[in-house]
Each structure stands twice: as structure tokens, then as C-alpha cells.
Write a protein that binds this ligand. Sequence first.
Ligand code: IPM
Ligand code: MG
Length: 360
Amino acid sequence: MTKNIAVIKGDGIGPEIITEAMKVLDAVAKKYGHTFNYTQLLMGGCSIDANGEPLTKETIDACKASDAVLMGSIGGDTTTSPWYKLPPNLRPEAGLLGIRKALGLFANLRPCVLYPQLSGACPLKKEISDRGFDMLIMRELTGGLYFGEKKTETVDGMQVAVDTLVYSESEIRRIAIKAFDVAMKRRKKVTSVDKANVLESSRLWRKVITEVAKDYPEVTLEHMLVDNSAMQLVRDPAQFDVMVTENMFGDILSDEASMITGSIGMLASASMNETKFGLYEPSGGSAPDIAGQNKANPIATILSAAMMLRYSFDMIDEADAVEAAVSKALNDGYRTGDIMSEGMTKVSCSEMGDIIAKAV
Ligand code: IPM
Ligand code: MG
């Protein structure tokens, strides 16, 4: 098969980790007889430097014309980088939010798995980490507080800032369907996270999720308040299979879930629209403090590329092969600095890419 992949390396460690993911994709292409064509595009800080804006129409159009988008990371140090002296709508993050909206990527899938080889890196008590966990956060990505009307104004001489949390029935229904569909392919449990004891939008959320659940009699649905969910994640993460939640709750809980896997450098993510089209990126940020030092962990990006093979290209064997190659590298004791522990072999970002590509 021939697939056209839009590649956004981005800022910070982005170029390094994407280079390794492309190495692994090339190994897949060679082994399975595919052709992957890459189109390099700018977004985020590098686009601000080149074009004066974080996201150009050219980048959006090129992404739309591709079969999938592979992205590294965007943004810089928010206290020192000149990008953060710009108005909010011209900063790197505005590019990321803009592309999510422009491509209609309303469903963000963030799998969080504690690899048995890395259970030592999990900050939870051993009796909890020994049980392991394998969950997927389905985060709504184009609604809620992120995209509601916002303003800052002066009322009676006092500055007042407003963000609006809006969800329509159809926005909730389409993410619910994605969550139940994924649960059917997993352990058939959905935990819907909301704040229905306080928020109107959460009460609608709960109602629509409950309606959608009727079409999936095999799936067990539970509702959980977001504050309790934050607690349950560190008390007993193994209880979760698929967690579905609105944009802001998902942003916060997915960082918490990633922390208990040992390193954010291990977590892949996929952002999808109604079709098989998606944007694939690691959950971690641009880590400007280690950029350009060949130290970053490329595994999250490589696993994101595996998600692209699986969800956008229907290349199941190929995706399995990449995931198995990652497991093999870990089993063989190779570690980047962030997941290093005693007795293991410390490798650089590019060495890790070589090892995984070879194992494919
Ligand atoms: C994420 C990030 C983004 C978000 C930022 C960079 C805008 O934290 O992908 O989780 O809040 O969605
Ligand atoms: Mg986040």
C-alpha cells in the first residue's frame, strides 16, 4: 500500500523523536512492502519564526490532503521563549488547538499502559503497581472550555475574565460512540467522568452517555465524578478500561494517568475525526530543556506511529510488529534516561530508534 503522511516535527525534542518514528516506519515499509511518502510541514513555534503565525492555511490544506498526520511536539519554555510574549492566538499552542479544530479531530485516544518491565518506574506503592494496568482515556478534543466563548473585560474598574463551557448533545453523542466502540474491542467497560453534581454541561453529558450505552448491552457503564476519578487513578488504576470525558477533565486526568505509567515519554496518542483520518502525537510536551541533546525518549512517538498504522491504515500486523519491537527493546534492557534504572543499558534517542527499527 502507498500512504501519504503529513509530518509536523515541531519544536523542542519534536524533530528528534519524529526522526526515530520515521526510521521505524521505514523499517515497516521495507518489511511489509509498503510505500510511505512524507510531506514535512511547519506548525507551532517554528512556524511563528518562519511565517509569523503558528498555523498556516498551507499546513492545514496539506494535512487534509494526506492520509494521516504524524506530529512531534510544539511549544517552548513559557517563561523565556519570545513566542510567549505574543498574544495568545499567535502562540505555539494556538496552532495545535487550531489544527484539532480545522481537521475536526474531536476524539483523542490516550492509552495508558504500565509495562511490566517498567513497573519500577511507577511512583505508586508496589502492591498497586504489581497489579499493572491498561486503560484508554477517550478525551473530547474540540469542545468545552477550550473552544467556548472567552473574553477579558473591565467591569466597574475591575478586570473580569470569562471562559464558557458548552457541550451540545451531538458533540457528546459522537464521542460516546467512539468510546463504546473502542470498549467493545477491549475489556468492555466504560467509565464516564463528569461533574454532574455541579455542572449543567455534565448533567447533559451523563444523560447522553446513558442513552448511547443502550446500544451496547455488552458494555458495562459506570459514571464517576471527576474529583473521585483523580483519586481512584492513584488508588486503583487497574479498575479502568475506557474512560470517556470532556476536554478539560481529559487534559488533566491524562497527565495524571501518564505519570503513573512511569514516564510521559512512553505515552502515545491519536486524535481522530468521524472517519479513519487522524493526527498522531506523543502525549508529552516539547521538553525544551533537553532539546537537541539526543536524550529524549522516542517510544511515545514510535507507539503513536503504531496507532496510525492500526487506526488510519488498517495495518494491524504492522502495528503489532512495532509494539512488539518496543517490548523487545525494553525486555532487552535498553532505556533512555527518563526510564533508566539500575542494571539497564542507557541509550540515546537515536540508538533507541535504531534498536526498535531493527527489531521490526
Ligand atoms: C495536551 C496539551 C494541550 C492541551 C496544550 C499544549 C494546548 O496539554 O495535548 O494535552 O491542553 O490540549
Ligand atoms: Mg495536556
